[in-house]
Design a protein around this ligand. Structure first.
Ligand SMILES: [Zn+2]
Length: 136
């Protein structure tokens, strides 16, 4: 399953430049310490905890644990085939991120809550790098 192309804008440029170097960024508020990731495709520097405009991009370790996951079969000409596994992961720094899972040894039903994952990046043709999470 390929990922949809991701395009940059001024607000996402710093995140995407780091992604191109294999580094996942998250935002940490310099006022209250709250850690967050932008949601809904809208990149803002306003802290969702204290409301100040002081959430600065910070490198994440790339380590995460699995919170939840789902997978739906994809319809094909011959019937269906397993679809991508979408995981909700908690970064070691605290923010949660939803993205595709890679490197799974078995079926999605064999995954365990709390399983360790680490960030990787994929770059579909014509796209910026997109974070995915790899088992282990
Ligand atoms: Zn704050």
């Amino acid at each position: 399953m390929t990922l949809a192309a991701l395009a940059r804008d001024d607000a996402s440029a710093q995140f995407l430049d780091a992604a191109a170097q294999g580094v996942l960024l998250y935002q940490r508020c310099s006022a209250c310490g709250h850690a967050q990731l932008p949601i809904g495709g809208s990149v803002r520097t306003r802290c969702r905890n204290c409301g100040r405009n002081e959430a600065a991009w910070t490198p994440a370790s790339g380590a995460a644990t699995l919170v939840s996951w789902t997978s739906s079969p994809v319809r094909t000409a011959d019937g269906t085939e397993p679809g991508p596994v979408i995981g909700l992961l908690e970064l070691a720094e605290g923010p949660w991120l939803e993205t595709q899972l890679r490197g799974l040894a078995g079926a999605p039903g064999e995954l365990d809550e709390g399983a360790p994952f680490h960030v990787g990046f994929e770059q579909p043709e014509g796209s910026e790098p997109i974070p995915v999470f790899i088992a282990g």
